[in-house]
Design a binder for this molecule. Sequence first.
Ligand SMILES: N[C@@H](CCC(=O)N[C@@H](CS)C(=O)NCC(=O)O)C(=O)O
Length: 213
Amino acid sequence: MLKVWGRKTSSNVQAVMWCIAELGLPCERVDIGHKYGGNDTAEFLAMNPNGTVPVIRDGEGEPLWETGAILRYLANRYADRTFWPADIAQRAAVDKWAEWAKINVAHSFTAPLFWRVVRTAEKDRDYPAIAAALSVLNSKLAIAEAQLNQHAYLAGNELTLADIQFGHLLFRYFDIELARTPFPAVEAYYQRLQLRPAFVEHVMVSYEDLRVT
Ligand SMILES: N[C@@H](CCC(=O)N[C@@H](CS)C(=O)NCC(=O)O)C(=O)O
């Protein structure tokens, strides 16, 4: 049985939980981090010296942290061959987009935009910095738009691990107060993801607990 440590308001926990649910795996999740604390105890730091969530353990296996590594572990161990191809070159083609989403889109969205808008009181918001960060994010979303104009999912016509790394960011992206540029293919993709019960349950989670007013 999989055990996941991490609050459901963490975007990285959301990616892991969405992946677990798409793979149909049973799991137990424990609320850790932010208002729950528990990530600075000796016991938790022995599992993850970074003190961050998510952390997972598969049965009696070694604790794993870093969302990208966790997702690849789950895919290697449990996924079917459309979600995570067996062929090394085809797998790398999916992984390329997963890594791209983590390094480019998540890093251009979470701290530069989500934190500046939701985790910063309105009176303290740095609107020029938000506008500059949005322009960086838009350059990444334009790349996703071109991909999604070619096929239904980020790395092809089926849901893959790349969609977990990219798609889990979109609920917050489309929900927060932001002067969004229209990206019709990304929007249509986000609508498609919302047809997936696992996405709705694990990604479309209120972030009001995180809001600073
Ligand atoms: N690079 C790590 C980052 C993990 C991370 O920063 N997690 C955040 C939540 S998304 C965290 O633990 N924040 C502290 C807390 O929740 O108390 C990963 O991808 O898993």
